[in-house]
Design a protein around this ligand. Structure first.
Ligand code: PDD
Length: 284
């Protein structure tokens, strides 16, 4: 599992070299995606690629490669199976440090794999309820762009760890936005609530899938503003991401969520996601 992709070549990770003048290194001038493959099949691959293209366009980094071809080949070279692929595209190597960039720079494209677990192999009862804290969202206001400028996310998730918590939920202008690397859902009386898609949150691929599965299965949901009180009054709170699926949060800021147990609607959604994933893996 140590073959990486760098600028058109597949090579061992310890042979990959990037210039110190790469703008991704100097400025975080780059965007990324994290795409899980389950049994060698990309999870919502087209949706991830569409989001990558959105990020690239939004920051005006060139990039019209055969993304699917690159990722599929990398997964194959790493043995297939369950892998999470990290793909980063930087504006490129400018040869010196300057805020101003040359529009003709050749982007640097890097991808690597890491193991990931499929939810289908995890029993509902083995999923652990997460502990979360709520803290200020210090990020810029273009969180719809999957930028590698993750310093606020890193500081805040560390703050959570310092409080023996698993995740930090972010609050901007009195409203919940998302987690440090996840989207947020609140359940109240059988209805799922989640913040509206906007430039304040990442349009999560699993967030969309959760809403799609809710729709298909007659579960009511609403995309709406959620303030701290509404979050704390939830019967259930969940987070979602493509690598972690949908996970229950059972403690927030030291208070139990609902009765402090994993909720029934979470268990239903976990089951629906698992079924979706199993179909993807078996091709049925
Ligand atoms: N992050 N919100 C943020 C800020 C995220 O970083 C992520 C995912 C999500 C969930 O998006 P998706 O469902 O498309 O995975 C929401 C990835 C996994 C990461 O940074 O590693």
């Amino acid at each position: 599992m140590n073959t990486v992709y760098l600028n058109g070549r597949y090579l061992p990770a310890d042979e990959a070299r990037i210039s110190p003048f790469d703008r991704g290194f100097l400025f975080g001038d780059s965007v990324y995606e994290v795409i899980p493959y389950f049994r060698g099949t990309g999870f919502r691959l087209q949706e991830h690629i569409a989001r990558l293209e959105h990020s690239l366009r939004a920051v005006r980094i060139r990039g019209d490669l055969d993304w699917v071809g690159i990722l599929d080949q990398l997964v194959t070279l790493n043995g297939g199976g369950n892998l999470s692929v990290y793909l980063q595209v930087t504006r490129g190597d400018s040869g010196s440090r300057s805020h101003v960039y040359d529009a003709d720079l050749e982007p640097t494209v890097f991808a690597c794999c890491a193991p990931v677990r499929d939810f289908a192999s995890i029993a509902t009862e083995d999923v652990k309820g997460l502990v979360a804290i709520v803290t200020a969202d210090l990020r810029w206001r273009r969180c719809d762009i999957k930028s590698t400028c993750l310093l606020p996310n890193i500081l805040v998730v560390q703050q959570a760890r310092d409080h023996q918590a698993d995740e930090a939920l972010l609050l901007r202008d009195g409203l919940v936005t998302e987690g440090t690397s996840s989207n947020v859902f609140v359940v109240r009386q059988g209805v799922i609530y989640t913040p509206k898609r906007s430039s304040e949150i990442l349009g999560g691929i699993t967030r969309e899938l959760v809403l799609e599965l809710a729709d298909e299965n007659g579960i009511q949901y609403q995309e709406t503003d959620i303030d701290y009180e509404a979050l704390m009054a939830g019967d259930e709170v969940w987070i979602s991401s493509s690598t972690r699926g949908v996970l229950p949060v059972t403690v927030i800021d030291g208070h139990p969520v609902g009765d402090g147990e994993k909720g029934p609607l979470w268990a239903r959604m976990f089951e629906l996601l698992t079924r979706y994933q199993r179909k993807l893996m078996t091709g049925e």
